[in-house]
Design a protein. Structure first.
Lengths: 414, 74
């Protein structure tokens, strides 16, 4: 039986690895500046660029013209650019891997940071920095991946390379209606799923029973918390639950089983934690970019972490997310985690509301689990007051159907 | 309108498990009679502004309910 490469139920696309080989031969050109909303075309042209050693830049398909103008790309506009003289026809996967290896020193892929504030920054990665965490082995040959990230962003590319190098099927669920996802995972006997905590929280209410096929469930891109960890373990009882620390700039850096990341002893000199809690990464771990905030050889991640003991830390917040309430610095993640521990709250986002008394107070948008009887503001306040100081208690609540997400699928703080 | 303001103020009192008030009078004070602290006042002004578009503390923080109502044109 042919090995499935990609199943994309939303677009009725199913391609096997053999189809991919044929399509590679039929696609003489790849777009060096890629901006197209069809995941299969992205993967196809990405593989084509790899086997030919051609550079590629990925843009979000839904970037508006204004946003697009703020980005300085090497290429004018999305179009077919390179014309390769010799198009190879592949029959065997190993043959294709040889070509990729052959070009691996020249090949580069540029991505853009999501840039919620300011201009998106371009980061150029080599195959080495993109696949630092990718493991190819016999152990992985029967893995089946659900693809649940934006494929033009770093985390999505991680899943792509892990699946592709092991010739695993990928089932694309990133933009699928959430209520359909449990069925699709079940039908395809998905074994591996990696997604943001926000994505997990949006699908968990739709699982009617535990899903036994999952072997590994990975959370990345946002702060992981123990409430989510417990729910994931309950829904996926056979899965190893992992949490990955990665960034567009530096790629995947650490993995953890709970929320504590460990810096391996021999890599200790590559990381620094400032007194302010900000994590710095040595330049040898970075992709290439003109836009990095560097201090000497050190890159400022903008991530505030708490060092529990030497080499062991917990992510706290992004530096620019801290909210000043009456002179107290509040970490919105701490508040959101507490809100999420209240029965019936499926999703929560905390953001500042300005006023002349305390500078800011906290406001929260709350999504109640489908089918859960309503929970009111006073009741939520009573429950979280047991765990939080009073300036950390949101004072304005809005009950909403859904929380708006960034292109990466992360919650968007206003 | 006065009913709406009363509702906002009682919402804050409920969070402190304080008894709900039936009416507000101009002679009352926000901190003294209503027992509001700074965070309560912040909630009050944000919610009143959401409702009416008026920032009651625009020209300085006030404590008198009467002054607040007059700023709201009541």
């Amino acid at each position: 039986m042919e090995r499935v490469f990609l199943l994309d139920p939303e677009r009725s696309i199913q391609r096997s690895y053999q189809d991919l080989f044929l399509d590679l031969a039929d696609f003489p050109q790849v777009r060096p500046l890629f901006q197209d909303g069809t995941p299969y075309l992205l993967f196809l042209e990405l593989v084509a660029s790899l086997v030919r050693g051609e550079k590629m830049e990925l843009l979000d398909p839904d970037l508006s013209a204004t946003e697009r103008k703020r980005i300085k790309t090497d290429f004018e506009s999305p179009q077919y650019g390179y014309s390769s003289d010799e198009i190879e026809r592949f029959f065997m996967f190993e043959q294709l891997l040889d070509r990729i290896k052959h070009h691996s020193n020249d090949w580069r892929l540029s991505l853009y940071t999501s840039g919620t504030t300011g201009r998106p920054k371009k980061v150029t990665h080599s195959l080495g920095s993109l696949t630092r965490f990718v493991r190819k082995s016999k152990k992985h040959q029967s893995d089946v991946w659900a693809f649940a990230y934006n494929p033009t962003h770093f985390a999505g590319l991680q899943v792509f390379f892990q699946a592709f190098f092991n010739q695993n099927p990928m089932v694309y669920v990133f933009d699928m209606p959430r209520e359909r996802i449990p069925t699709v995972l079940g039908q395809n006997k998905v074994t591996h799923l990696s997604a943001t905590p926000t994505f997990f929280r949006s699908i968990l209410p739709f699982f009617e029973r535990p899903m036994l096929s999952l072997q590994a469930v990975t959370s990345g891109g946002e702060k992981f918390d123990s409430t989510l960890g417990d729910s994931l373990q309950k829904t996926f009882p056979n899965a190893k639950i992992r949490n990955v620390y990665a960034s567009t700039e530096a790629g995947s850096l650490f993995a953890a089983e709970g929320d504590l990341f460990k810096i391996p002893e021999k890599k200790m000199e590559k990381f620094k934690i400032l007194d302010s809690g900000e994590l710095l990464v040595h330049k040898s771990y970075l992709g290439e970019s003109e836009d990095f905030m560097m201090e000497g050889d050190w890159f400022h991640t903008g991530d505030i972490v708490q060092e529990v003991e030497a080499g062991l830390f917990r992510f706290q917040a992004r530096k620019n997310e801290m909210i000043n309430v009456g002179g107290y610095k509040v970490n919105p993640h701490e508040v959101e985690e507490t809100l999420l521990s209240v029965p019936g709250i499926q999703e929560a986002i905390v953001f500042p509301k300005g006023n002349r008394v305390t500078g800011n107070i906290l406001a929260a948008d709350i999504v109640i689990e489908p089918g859960f009887p309503s929970v009111d503001e006073a009741e939520i306040t009573r429950q979280i007051s047991k765990h939080l100081q009073k300036w950390k208690i949101p004072r304005v609540f809005r009950f909403v159907e859904a929380i708006s997400l960034s292109r990466t699928g992360k919650k968007e703080r206003k | 309108m006065e009913k709406k303001i009363l509702e906002i103020m009682n919402g804050i009192r409920r969070k402190h498990n304080l008894e709900e008030l039936k009416e507000i009078s101009s002679s009352q004070t926000l901190r003294g009679d209503f027992g509001f602290d700074s965070f309560d006042l912040a909630e009050l002004t944000v919610k009143i502004e959401d409702e009416t578009g008026v920032d009651i503390f625009e020209n300085g923080i006030i404590d008198s309910v009467g002054e607040m109502l007059s700023r709201l044109g009541m």
